[in-house]
Design a protein around this ligand. Structure first.
Ligand SMILES: Nc1ncnc2c1ncn2[C@@H]1O[C@H](COP(=O)(O)OP(=O)(O)OP(=O)(O)O)[C@@H](O)[C@H]1O
Ligand SMILES: [Mg+2]
Length: 277
């Protein structure tokens, strides 16, 4: 297998079962190809995982996510193996990501502040997952899809909270560093792995709200810094000053507390945001 073969087509047996009317390539990078597919039975996302040179686990991610989605009862979900790794099919969530939704507020000379309703909707998605006993492990603005009926927290490939068959499981080695909490960064630097928690999800929610509102990462580090240097900057702190006004700013500050125990819970974030409206 070489990266030159990607993007991969939907495997023949998966495609035969879906019988798509239409399909659109959403993304193809870092060991993952995602298709948006229209079928007789509705719209769905088809995710194909394959190994990359630095990461073998990306091949297992779709099946692992399929296991999690099934346990969470997230609609009609299927998963399995294909030539280069694993795949899943899951319901498509119509909406716009938090990052895209707040783009107008980041524009030069923007005159309005991001809405608390969007922040609350995202916080509710995180709190609702936590209420089931699961943690997400990869909260980021692209995984918060704001739709008409609320926010969907997608990409549960790294979630923890239930049993995952050994054949599809892999160690948690941190998330996208732009949303990683200091304790996760520290653990990944020291041991190569970490344990995601509700508190690290809350931190990632705060970093997601912060970057979506301002365009700034939670901690300042050069674009060309290595992953390890980025993690060291996060572990050392401090995080950037949060120059976001009002309730939202105060809340982001609290979620970015260096000590996990000092952060509000997802439910407390929701309470604060609904009280401040
Ligand atoms: N169920 C879904 N509903 C709506 N959009 C989805 C869904 N699944 C994936 N997407 C879209 O595809 C993108 C990539 O999906 P996802 O994050 O699950 O894959 P990934 O392989 O983890 O990619 P990345 O490496 O960027 O995290 C999402 O940001 C979103 O735009
Ligand atoms: Mg993702």
């Amino acid at each position: 297998m070489t990266a030159a073969e990607a993007p991969y087509e939907i495997p023949a047996d998966v495609s035969a079962a879906l019988d798509p009317h239409e399909r659109r390539l959403v993304l193809d990078r870092r060991g993952s190809t995602v298709w948006d597919v229209e079928t007789e039975r509705g719209r769905c996302a088809v995710k194909l995982g394959y190994p990359t040179a630095p990461h073998a686990w990306t091949a297992l991610a779709p099946a692992r996510e399929g296991v999690v989605l099934r346990q969470l009862g997230r609609g009609e979900v299927s998963y399995g193996d294909w030539e280069h790794g694993t795949w899943n099919v899951q319901p498509w969530h119509q909406g716009i990501s938090l990052y895209d939704r707040w783009r107008p507020h980041r524009a030069e000379g923007a005159s309005s502040e991001p809405g608390l309703a969007d922040a609350l909707s995202c916080a509710r998605a995180v709190a609702a997952l936590h209420a089931t006993g699961w943690v997400h492990g990869d909260v980021q603005p692209a995984h918060l899809i704001i739709g008409a009926g609320g926010t969907a927290l997608i990409d549960l490939a790294l979630a923890h909270g239930g049993e995952v068959p050994a054949a599809y499981d892999f160690r948690y080695r941190g998330c996208l560093v732009h949303y990683e909490s200091p304790e996760i960064s520290r653990s990944v630097l020291e041991t190569g792995a970490a344990t995601p928690s509700t508190a690290s999800d809350v931190y990632a929610l705060g970093a997601s709200l912060f970057i979506s509102a301002t365009g700034l990462r939670h901690v300042a580090y050069p674009d060309d810094a290595s992953r390890a240097e980025q993690r060291q900057a996060i572990a050392d702190g401090p995080h950037r000053p949060v120059e976001v006004p009002g309730v939202l700013g105060g809340l982001i500050e609290a979620t970015l507390s260096p000590r996990p125990a000092d952060r509000p819970t997802g439910a407390e974030v929701c309470a604060e945001l609904s009280g401040g409206r």
